[in-house]
Design a protein around this ligand. Sequence first.
Ligand SMILES: O=C(O)CCC(=O)C(=O)O
Length: 259
Amino acid sequence: MITSQDVQFYKENGYLLVKGVFSQPEVLEMRESVECIIQRAARAKADANHAWQGDFLPPDQLKKLVLKGFHDVHYHDAAFTRAATHPNMVSVLNGIIGPNVQLHHSKMLVKPPANGAAFPMHQDYPYFPHRDHSMLAASVHLDDADMENGCLCVVPGSHKQGPIPHIGVHYLNHKEHPISSGTPCPAGAGDVLFFNYLTIHGSDVNRSERTRRNVLFQYRDAADLPTENVHFDWGMGLMVSGENPDFNNVKPNYRIVEE
Ligand SMILES: O=C(O)CCC(=O)C(=O)O
């Protein structure tokens, strides 16, 4: 699915857009699954606005923004388990990460028309730091995305700086790192943007009349280990390719909720 030049591009720039990873029927199936999850969450009264807060926009603009965001979508609908382990996806992951690849977590991010929330620029590293920095996001586009409907923007080569200080865990100072400092990555439905968890990225408000739906899978090399006891999710550690070299370390540290 990718060439050695693509792998070199990822190493240099910290990201890679791969066209046509998913077919249009597969995209349609995932769109339906996204819609079902939104409806089931609403029925279960688990529907919330997940728009990021902060001071990158005036408060009156910020409070209008909406994001439908749900984690671990592969635990809600098997379409996402198929997507996480799709042969085209795995082929790219093998080129970038290596033979042994694990799923870390999944989530869906739906930016509705006109007021779909922005993501101020940030690295994903502070959320789930790892020793070898193999962790990457594979953001699957379920709609054509451009700057008008809030496509992803990345800062090429920023992963080479290593971890940089964030405000809280969440995002970078927007005056030093405005969303406009990123390179827009317009993409079509079925395309996947791969980016390392150290690559600075974000996305602007969806000001268009079109929805922007993405499903994001986070993957790591099976030999890469977390350096902090944070962000353990159900389904974490699923092998999507190869074998786990660490026989004694396969179970995440789940928190059991007592009734
Ligand atoms: O999908 C987007 O627009 C940004 C998502 C993002 O930055 C994240 O989940 O860390």
